[in-house]
Structure formats: C-alpha cells, structure tokens
Ligand binder design. Structure first.
Ligand SMILES: Cc1ncc(COP(=O)(O)O)c(C=O)c1O
Length: 362
C-alpha cells in the first residue's frame, strides 16, 4: 500500500520508520508480552521510556542542567493558561509579542488569569502577514516574561532570529517548529509545545522550564496546575499519557539517528528552498507575499489567482496523493505543512505537481 503525502498541519506526518517500530512492538513491548499502553507507569519498562524521552529532549536541544523537561497532559493551549498562572506574580504583568492566532489566544488567557501587555502586534485588518523588527517591540523591562510564538502555523511566518528582551526571560510557544532547527536556548525561561506536529501524537504538552523560573512560580495554585508539582515528581505526579510519550521517544531516537537537529535543519532548509522557489518562479501563478526572511520553513502558505482555482488545486492535489493541503479555514488559500517527518523527495513530488498544474491551468 502506498501512503499519501501527508501535509496536515497537526496532527501531522510521523516518520514511517517510527510507525513501523510501534507496529512491531504493539503486541510485545520490551519482552513484557503487552503493549506499552497496557503497562503501569510505575514499571521499570515504562520508566526507561519516560526518562529516555526527557534525556533525549535535553540532549537534542542542547539544554543545560538548569532546565527541567516536563511531559504534561493537554496541548499547547493548556500552557496558554499554565504559563501566566505560574509565572505572573501578583502586581506584575507579562509582555506578549502577538504575531498570529495562537499568540493572540495566549495573550487572551494571560489577561483572564493575570495581566498581559502587548509588546507588539502585527495584526492588520484581522490578519497577520508580517513579523516585527526588534525596533518595533515596546518591551517592559519589568515584565515577568516576554511571550513569543516561534512559528505561526496558520500564517506561515517564523522568527528566524529570536527577539532580544534583555534581562526579561523569553517564553516560547514552539509547537510548530520545535526540534526543526538549532538555536541558543539560554534567553528562554520556558519553551512549550503541543506534541502533534514535530514530536508525536496529540494530547501531550512538552514544557521546558529553567530552574530560576521554577523557583519563582506562584504558590497556592491547584496542585495539578502547578509546574512545581510536575517538576518535583518528574512528570509522574499522576498517570502521564504513556503511549504518546512512547511515540515521542521513538521520534526523538529517529531524529538522533538522522544526525540530530543540525541534520534535520539542513533538510528543512532544502525543503524550504525547493518550495519557495517553485512559488516565486511561477510567473505569478502562485503567490506568497511574506517577506523572504519571515517565511516559515514548516508551514508554507500560498494563493492562486481565484478561489475557484484553489479549490481545483486542492481536489486535484488530493487525487494525486497530497492530503492536508487546504489553507486554514480562517485565511483560505493553500497551506502545506512540512514538518521534520516530511522528506525532500515528497516536497519534490509536490513541486512537480504544482508545476504540472500551473502548466495545465495557466
Ligand atoms: C503555534 C501553536 N500554538 C498552539 C497551538 C494549539 O495547540 P493545541 O491544539 O495542542 O492546544 C497550535 C495548534 O496548531 C499551534 O500551531
């Protein structure tokens, strides 16, 4: 059976090699005679998966011992609430750089729980097409943190160089580009991500928190919503989403086997060059108006001249084996999400389809 080219924005493509290992281990994980989802989270077999996942995230991201990795239930939206709840002390506020729908939602949550302040927004007439320059940021030097969204999944924009918030720690929602490229984690007090794009199945949130941030978390929170609870219990305070963590573990081993994040980044750069070049060289048949420096290497959005042509593109694309290529319902157009598991050959096939479609319909 041939599998379709998977361009869904999330849940998204998993490496085939990972799916095959999971399939092979489904009836007998590690000699237990059971699948990993059927064994207690207090067993030594599960513990190796759990600790291995935490250790590999630290290793692959180059995190020092001053960071804790938490594996929590709930996706990134859960962190929109947990971050301000834990990190904005009474009387303080936090800065939000709003560059898309998800950042706007995070900002909204901060204001339900505590106080958020917009340090910059690139929203114009309800849409976000640009990223701010450092000079556009109105930063509060006393902010509890400065929240950014590293990659805007819906609008197809991405920070290539993270903003400098001085002594204020950055908090990064990296749901749609975690482990896709190398970066210096040291300005970040917190990094969080829903797993369902670059890491594994949905339902798991990865939270990376620096010790100094952990030390100043608010007290008196409901136990389950406190980062301290999960840090003190190595994310085993209650039953973790064991199967999702097992899948993430396999994905992390796959990344390591590929040569780590540097090798993955190189492939992502090549995929980006290929697709953006196909868009830019189509004599206006395909358009993407985002400044080249701000273009996402994970989610590529573009338009055709009419909505009718876009519908035809989606229908014919699907028939040719490309699924998940319709733009987000809020902005329309076409979006292809090419996370780490998407290989260069798949993007080349998609580019061939684009060129063929342009020839027939141009
Ligand atoms: C950048 C970003 N943040 C947050 C979310 C929300 O994630 P979840 O559905 O896991 O809450 C998404 C989902 O696509 C996203 O792309």
């Amino acid at each position: 059976m041939t599998r379709p080219h998977n361009y869904y924005a999330g849940p998204a493509a998993m490496p085939v090699e990972v799916l095959e290992i999971a399939r092979n281990e489904m009836m007998d994980f590690g000699g237990t005679g059971l699948s990993v989802m059927e064994i207690s989270h207090r067993t030594k077999e599960y513990d190796a998966v759990h600790q291995g996942t935490i250790d590999l995230i630290k290793e692959l991201m180059g995190l020092g011992d001053n960071y804790k990795v938490l594996l929590l239930q709930g996706g990134a939206s859960h962190q929109f609430a947990m971050v301000p709840m834990n990190l904005i002390a009474p009387g303080e506020s936090a800065d939000y750089v709003v560059t898309g729908t998800w950042g706007k939602k995070a900002y909204k949550e901060a204001n339900i729980i505590a106080k958020g302040r917009v340090a910059a927004t690139t929203e114009v007439d309800g849409v976000f097409k640009t990223m701010p320059a450092q000079a556009d940021l109105d930063l509060d030097p006393k902010a509890a943190y400065c929240h950014i969204t590293s990659n805007n999944t819906i609008y197809g924009t991405q920070w290539k160089t993270f903003p400098n918030a001085g002594n204020v720690p950055l908090v990064g929602d990296m749901s749609s580009d975690i482990l896709s490229r190398k970066f210096d984690p040291s300005p970040f007090g917190v990094i969080y991500a829903g797993a369902q794009k670059n890491l594994g199945p949905s339902g798991l949130g990865v939270v990376i928190i620096r010790d100094d941030m952990l030390a100043k978390c608010n007290k008196g929170l409901p136990t389950i919503l406190s980062y301290g609870t999960h840090a003190d219990n190595n994310s085993l305070f209650n039953t973790p989403p064991t199967f999702a963590i097992y899948m993430v573990n396999l994905v992390l081993k796959w990344i390591k086997g590929k040569g780590g994040v540097a090798a993955i980044e190189q492939q992502n750069n090549e995929k980006g060059k290929l697709i953006y070049n196909a868009i830019d060289s189509a004599d206006g048949f395909y358009t993407n108006t985002i400044a080249p420096d701000d273009r996402s290497l994970m989610n590529v959005v573009f338009n055709l001249q009419t909505e009718e042509l876009e519908k035809k593109f989606v229908t014919e694309g699907q028939a040719a084996g490309f699924v998940g290529i319709k733009g987000h319902r809020s902005i329309g157009g076409i979006r292809i999400s090419m996370y780490n598991a998407t290989d260069l050959a798949s993007v080349q096939d998609f580019v061939d389809f684009m060129q063929d479609f342009a020839k027939k319909n141009g």
